[in-house]
Design a protein around this ligand. Structure first.
Ligand code: SF4
Length: 372
């Protein structure tokens, strides 16, 4: 059976950079935007000609897709539909910034088949939003959710940030409670990381201690669990049947094509990405090879990000790797320390384990690969 693909399209435009953001985006003018859309559509068509595999998840992210006009969005969809077979049940997600006047954009998106909206809310506290350099208030976010509902979107996800300057468990809880009131289906929660060359890296901030950030994360897990969300991936929580099918492809080492500056792909067993440079994408598109994908090591790392965990039989069938006695004793020890759960068929991280996932996963990899 032909294996479906995911398709990611990057819209590298933001009106203003947020203070913490390391994603690739630039402030566009109309000519730049038009030049990009034209080149992007050519690249979509080129990829479509290279594969007959159907697309069952499409994700339009950024940057800020909601800066596009309805006409620009239509051009992108027309290129996608003329070049690829989109399955009838495809999950089609579009990111939206609550700062934008998105009424026309959301109506156009709905008409084009978008069925999942991702809203960058980040916090329910207007002071925190200001510190982050976001262009919107929490009231804007509430209005965007209401608008999306009124237009007929039944699958809405929001981003939330933890570990913000001057934050505590109780300030985070206020944001969690406010998000829960919105009755959305999915929440992605990320711990603030100070990235190089961002405005935050150049100033002194009162970042909460590691212990406080850990308490925030565990409190978030508890609160969302109590309200019917499953913690299905380190940073992702969903109500039943609302896991992100597109992002699950990344974690299940399934293949996808990413188009646009900085977008990554895993296709035909290879990983590669486009340069982080809009002009070079428009004038002289360069793809940078990033080696083979889908190794056993990658499979272990990505599987352990998921609540379902690493299934022993899958690891053995796909990569011929068995858990040795030493590996078993390591994960049993981690289990004693409440960092993972071991069953006859799998090992998966607990919420506490997810909090320190890098070190837990590295320990497991170290033992699994010591004799290979
Ligand atoms: S809107 Fe999103 S992509 Fe743009 S600067 Fe802010 S966080 Fe980054």
């Amino acid at each position: 059976m032909t294996k479906s693909l995911g398709l990611y399209i990057h819209i590298p435009f933001c009106e203003k950079k947020c203070n913490y953001c390391d994603f690739y985006s630039v402030c566009p003018d109309k000519t730049m935007r038009q030049g990009y859309i034209k080149r992007l559509c050519e690249e979509i068509i080129k990829w479509g000609a290279l594969t007959a595999r159907p697309i069952d998840t499409l994700y339009i992210g950024g940057g800020t897709p909601s800066l596009l006009t309805a006409e620009e969005l239509e051009k992108i969809f027309s290129a996608v539909r003329q070049s690829f077979v989109l399955t009838d049940d495809a999950e089609i997600t579009c990111e939206v910034n609550p700062a934008d006047n998105v009424s026309e954009f959301l109506s156009a998106a709905k008409g084009l088949g978008v069925n999942r909206i991702s809203i960058g809310i980040q916090s329910a506290d207007d002071n925190e939003l200001k510190v982050l350099g976001r262009r919107h208030s929490f009231a804007d976010a509430v209005n965007t959710v209401k608008l999306a509902r009124s237009i007929g979107f039944h699958n809405i996800t929001a981003d939330l940030m933890l570990g913000l300057p001057d934050s505590s468990v109780s300030t985070l809880q206020k944001s969690i409670d406010a998000l829960l009131k919105l009755n959305i289906e999915h929440i992605s929660a990320y711990i603030l990381k100070i990235e190089k060359d961002t405005p935050f890296s150049a100033i002194s901030l009162n970042i909460p201690s590691d212990d406080c950030v850990a308490d925030q994360y565990l409190q978030l897990c508890r609160s969302l669990n109590e309200h019917g969300f499953s913690h299905y991936e380190i940073s992702n929580f969903a109500k039943k049947d609302f896991e992100s099918r597109h992002n699950n492809k990344y974690w299940l080492t399934e293949e996808y094509i990413g188009i646009g500056p900085s977008a990554h792909s895993f296709f035909d067993g290879k990983r590669f990405f486009y340069e982080r440079d809009l002009n070079s994408f428009i004038e002289n598109t360069k793809i940078i090879e990033d080696g083979d994908g889908g190794s056993g090591e990658e499979f272990v790392m990505l599987s352990l990000r998921l609540k379902r965990g690493l299934i022993f039989s899958e690891l053995e069938d796909r990569f011929g790797i068995e858990f040795s006695d030493r590996a078993m004793s390591l994960i049993k020890n981690l289990e004693k320390n409440r960092l993972c759960i071991v069953t006859d068929t799998s090992v998966s991280l607990t919420d506490e384990g997810m909090l320190v996932s890098n070190s837990v996963i590295n320990n497991i990899l170290g033992v699994l690969y010591e004799n290979l």
